[in-house]
Design a protein around this ligand. Structure first.
Ligand code: FPP
Length: 239
């Protein structure tokens, strides 16, 4: 049992390794993504069961558009299916869905489903599920800086009075608290342009497990590991 005060409020996950999972089995990459959806379902279920308030999943980076057209199409079609078939169930379970990133990059069809899912679930509060799609951390910071510069040029913002919390208000979702725990699957020791502003003091957990194999038991292992850590936020250890 993990004490409730040791449960992270916000868990962010870099879901990596779908392609390798499929290759190891001699299957096309597509199957890795398909099976990865089951891991997404289990992650949502586990987050609800443990009382995690915010779960952010890195589903597609801005850099991922550089993948072969066929693979991009398949991933987009999976998002479309999930947003069509699963939203009603998630809504019943009290999940609020927020898609974050450059939504203008998405096809109008997918964009429509994203808007509908967000509208339908906007009043839910059991779990806040953020799906990062066409997301890039540097782009988010650049977009914030541009918005600020525009306001400053119009004389509506005094730059020398700004602090870090004011800056946060220009990010895509200022209401999203910083992640307490960032999980990355498939062993890579990188943050890959994910939530760069928000992870300044986040605890990192990397597992060799590939995303399609990352199920409840693996998630619980990450939570147990997090619960055993002493967070200091740059200060000294509390005694
Ligand atoms: C990472 O594996 C996976 C992706 C970039 C694809 C997106 C995730 C899914 C389709 C799972 C379902 C998600 C949602 C939100 C329903 P990779 O292809 O980078 O694997 P590799 O590093 O082994 O090539």
């Amino acid at each position: 049992m993990i004490p409730q005060d040791r449960i992270p409020r916000h868990v962010a996950i870099i879901m990596d390794g779908n392609g390798r999972w499929a290759r190891k089995r001699g299957l096309p990459r597509y199957y890795g993504h398909k099976v990865g959806v089951e891991s997404v379902r289990e992650a949502i279920r586990t987050a609800i069961d443990f009382g995690i308030e915010y779960l952010t999943l890195y589903a597609f980076s801005r850099e991922n558009w550089k993948r072969p057209g066929k693979e991009v199409e398949m991933i987009m079609s999976i998002f479309r299916q999930v947003l069509t078939r699963e939203v009603a169930k998630l809504h019943r379970e009290g999940v609020k869905i927020v898609v974050m990133g450059r939504l203008q990059d998405l096809s109008s069809d997918l964009r429509k489903r994203v808007d509908e899912a967000m509208e339908l679930t906007k009043a839910n509060s059991r779990l806040n599920l953020y799906l990062a799609i066409s997301y890039g951390g540097r782009t988010e910071i650049m977009d914030a800086a541009k918005k600020m510069a525009r306001l400053a040029a119009e004389g509506k913002l005094r730059l020398d009075e700004l602090n870090e919390e004011d800056f946060r208000n220009f990010l895509y979702h200022p209401e999203l608290p910083d992640p307490d725990l960032l999980i990355r699957t498939s062993g890579e020791l990188r943050v890959s342009n994910f939530l760069l502003w928000q992870i300044a003091y986040t605890e990192l957990y990397v597992t060799e497990t590939l995303w399609p194999d990352f199920r409840r038991e693996e998630f619980v292992k990450a939570l147990e590991d997090y619960a055993s850590r002493e967070r200091r936020f740059g200060g000294v250890k509390a005694s």
